[in-house]
Write a protein that binds this ligand. Structure first.
Ligand code: NI
Length: 171
């Protein structure tokens, strides 16, 4: 397993629509494992393949990896699709690709998602609260959408300006 480099905004690769996975083979499983390692290391509760520069529809998540306990209950999904949505909630979100930034986003409070698991078997799961937010946030990444795209244009432009400056300062 390996820690992969994370892309940060602004980066064109984060704005691309990712390609579906045809089959969950060893290469995809390896990608999933490396993404999970990278996410735990960051640390974060979710990661999408485009964030590590791989334009494929793969996400990993673990909403148990929070607080002092940090339990491991990973979720691996290829080609995830939201089948059902219910209710609404507002959550203060962050993203490993949008450093040092948080913002309130309105999401569905409960979602049911279908995809292929690490074994390539079709699976359906329903999440609410943080898991619902996380699934919607990661699936957004597969469509080239960042959480800051849900904020007002003014806020988004301010954040992007700051991130651009941050990148320039690093170089
Ligand atoms: Ni993110």
């Amino acid at each position: 397993m390996a820690i992969l480099p994370l892309l940060t905004a602004p980066d064109k690769r984060l704005k691309k629509v990712a390609r579906p996975v045809e089959r969950v083979d060893d290469a995809i499983r390896r990608l999933m494992d490396d993404m999970l390692d990278t996410m735990y290391r960051a640390p974060g509760v979710g990661l999408a393949a485009p964030q590590v520069g791989v334009s494929r529809r793969v996400i990993v998540a673990d909403v148990a990896y929070v607080g002092e306990e940090k339990r491991h209950e990973p979720i691996f999904l290829a080609n995830p699709e939201i089948l059902e949505r219910e209710g609404e909630l507002v959550w203060e979100e962050g993203c490993l690709s949008v450093p040092e930034t948080q913002g309130e986003v309105t999401r569905s409070a409960r979602v049911t998602v279908r995809g292929l698991n690490r074994e390539g078997v079709e699976t359906t799961l329903t999440g609410e609260g943080l898991l619902a937010v996380c699934l919607q946030h990661e699936i957004d990444h597969l469509n080239g959408v960042l959480f800051i795209d849900h904020l007002s244009r003014l806020k988004r432009d301010m954040i992007l300006k700051r991130l651009k400056k941050l990148k320039e300062d690093e170089n």
